[in-house]
Design a binder for this molecule. Structure first.
Ligand code: KDO
Length: 331
């Protein structure tokens, strides 16, 4: 599905948000919507670290499993004043600002530390400013989702995936925005757009062959119950941003703003540590569940994915020199 947001739409949405219904009394209600579950480490970190830190002036009200706002519509909801917070993806931001696709591109971020270095570097300032000015959303911190891998229903005996060619004709569920679909194609698969909350049933019934997500998500969402193998492609070291309503931010005192900023950073750091630990320990858990977990020809995947981006409409939207700056912040 191609979503045609224009900058004019954004202006209208941001003006609507100025009414700021979050401030009904002297405490602010922070509704947060995510497709993630309550037990996802990003959700846990926000509930256990962010919420108590802001409790003096704000009530954190999380909504999980896409129950309040549909996946990839959260930023629009914040812009129009229907939501105060979300865990936003770069792919969702790329719907409004195509240049964000650089952070959603396969094999660009190297690891969690690299993500933090990129987010805190001056190269991010114009990206953050655009989102703030044009969408009325502040990106407070970067959360670590993890290394995305290909997770399939087929047994390894039926299909062993060593190179992108082996994924030809495989119906791989990817989230429903253009940047995600492009990545699915770049992997060599046949990407199928679908909301996160529909994946389990789609895998169970066989309406898709597989999906891609980090190991902690495969376990949290119990995808291992309805799949047989994980190909450790590490094709995207995935991130999310703690997104916060600018109109709510503007009504906070300077001290409250500093508290919110620190709370978001602390929550992101806590969630990152938990997620990294889980990634380490889950290979053996998944093997114990009978899953085949193996590494493909990494060079073949990396080269193929990178080749697809060269000359693409996404790469054309990247500000000059930013890819080099991102690479320079890595190892
Ligand atoms: C997914 O839909 O596969 C994805 O992993 C995409 C992420 O950007 C993020 O939205 C995530 O789902 C949800 O938070 C559920 O974990």
């Amino acid at each position: 599905m191609k979503m045609n947001f224009t900058r004019r739409t954004l202006m209208a949405l941001s003006v609507a948000a100025l009414a700021s219904p979050a401030f009904a009394q002297d405490t602010v209600t922070l509704r947060m919507s995510t497709p993630a579950s309550e037990t996802d480490q990003r959700s846990v970190a926000l509930a256990e670290v962010f919420a108590p830190a802001v409790a003096g002036f704000a009530t954190y009200q999380p909504h999980y499993n896409g129950s309040l706002i549909a996946q990839n519509s959260e930023l629009e909801a914040i812009a129009s004043g229907d939501l105060e917070m979300s865990i936003a993806s770069a792919q969702e931001l790329a719907q409004f600002f195509p240049e964000f696709s650089i952070f959603a591109t396969g094999y660009v971020h190297q690891d969690a530390e690299h993500q933090v270095a990129v987010f805190n570097d001056a190269l991010m300032d114009p990206f953050k400013k655009t989102v703030e000015d044009e969408l009325g959303v502040k990106l407070l911190a970067v959360m670590y989702l993890g290394r995305r891998h290909v997770n399939l229903r087929q047994t390894k005996d039926d299909l062993t995936v060593m190179t992108p060619d082996d994924l030809a004709g495989v119906n791989l569920r990817m989230p429903g925005t253009d940047a995600w679909q492009f990545l699915g194609k770049a992997l060599g698969a046949n990407p199928t757009p679908m909301a996160f909350t529909e994946i389990y049933t789609a895998l169970q019934t066989g309406s898709v062959d597989g999906q891609d997500n980090p190991l902690p998500t495969v376990v949290d969402a119990k995808f291992y119950e309805v799949t047989n193998q994980i190909v450790l492609t590490s094709h995207l070291v995935d991130l999310n941003y703690v997104a916060f309503s600018k109109s709510v931010w503007d009504e906070l005192s300077e001290e409250q703003q500093a508290t919110v900023q620190k709370a978001a950073e602390d929550a992101a750091a806590s969630g990152r540590a938990q997620q990294l630990a889980k990634e380490e320990e889950l290979v053996s858990f998944l093997q114990d569940q009978g899953m085949a977990v193996y590494e493909p020809d990494m060079a073949a995947f990396r080269n193929h994915v990178q080749e697809q981006y060269v000359g693409s409409e996404f790469a054309a939207s990247w500000p000059e020199g930013v890819l080099e700056q991102i690479n320079a912040l890595g190892n």
